[in-house]
Design a protein around this ligand. Structure first.
Ligand code: AMP
Ligand code: ZN
Length: 195
C-alpha cells in the first residue's frame, strides 16, 4: 500500500535530487492543494508539514533566495509580506496567536516567511531540531529582520556555529520554564498552555 509522504522522505543522498526537493515551495505556490491566496507581489501557501495547528508560508514573486540576499531595497516587500500574513490570520483565525518570522538557515529555496500558531501542536513537530527552529534565536521575528535592514541595510544573522548551538539546545517549553526529558513529554505539557 502507498504510504503518505513525510518530510523525512526528502532524499538528501545526491545533489541533483536535493536541488529538486528544495524547490518544492515554488511548486506548491502553483498547487491548488497548497495555494491559499496571493496578490501581484506575494503568495501565501499552506506548509506541507505543518509544525502547529496553523502553519503558512508567504513567498515573494521576485526570486529572492534568502535573507542573506536582502537589502534596504527589499524593506517595502518584507513589510508587505508581514502585513499580508497578518491580514490573513486576522481574517481567518483572529482568536489564535501567531509568530511571523524566518529561519536563520532555511532548507528550502526562495525567501519564505513562516506564519505559525504558537501551539506547535502537530504530528509533524517531531524532533528537538524542529522545536528549536521555532523557539530559539534560530527563528528571526519579521519585525526584527525589517528593523535590521532599516538600521544597517542587512539582516543580523547568527553564525553557522551559533545556529548549530541553537538547534542543539535542550528542550524547553516556550511558555514557561519547564524542561522536559523528551518531545513526548514536551508535547503533552504544551497542551496545558493551549486549553
Ligand atoms: P525552512 O526550514 O525555513 O526552509 O522551512 C521550510 C518549510 O517548508 C518547512 O516548514 C517545511 O515543512 C515546508 N515544506 C517543505 N516542503 C514543502 C513543500 N513542497 N510545499 C510546502 N511546504 C513545504
Ligand atoms: Zn510550559
Amino acid at each position: 500500500m502507498k504510504r503518505a509522504a513525510s518530510e523525512s522522505d526528502h532524499p538528501e543522498s545526491t545533489k541533483s535530487k536535493q536541488a529538486h526537493w528544495s524547490r518544492g515551495l515554488l511548486a506548491s505556490m502553483q498547487d491548488a492543494q497548497y495555494f491559499v491566496k496571493g496578490d501581484n507581489k506575494v503568495t501565501l501557501i499552506k506548509d506541507m508539514y505543518p509544525k502547529a495547528q496553523y502553519h503558512f508560508l508567504v513567498l515573494p514573486h521576485v526570486d529572492i533566495p534568502d535573507l542573506k540576499s536582502t537589502t534596504k531595497e527589499h524593506i517595502g516587500l518584507l513589510k508587505h509580506m508581514e502585513a499580508f500574513a497578518k491580514d490573513h490570520t486576522k481574517e481567518t483565525s483572529p482568536e489564535v496567536k501567531f509568530k511571523y518570522g524566518y529561519h536563520a538557515e532555511p532548507s528550502m529555496q526562495r525567501l519564505h516567511l513562516h506564519v505559525i500558531s504558537e501551539d506547535f501542536n502537530s504530528p509533524s513537530m517531531k524532533s528537538r531540531k524542529h522545536w528549536n527552529t521555532f523557539t530559539t534565536g534560530f527563528f528571526l521575528d519579521s519585525e526584527k529582520v525589517i528593523e535590521d535592514l532599516e538600521k544597517t541595510g542587512k539582516v543580523d544573522l547568527p553564525s553557522q556555529e551559533k545556529c548549530k548551538d541553537l538547534l542543539a539546545k535542550p528542550l524547553r517549553c516556550h511558555k514557561c520554564s519547564f524542561r522536559p526529558k523528551h518531545m513526548t513529554e514536551l508535547k503533552k505539557h504544551v497542551l496545558s498552555h493551549f486549553k
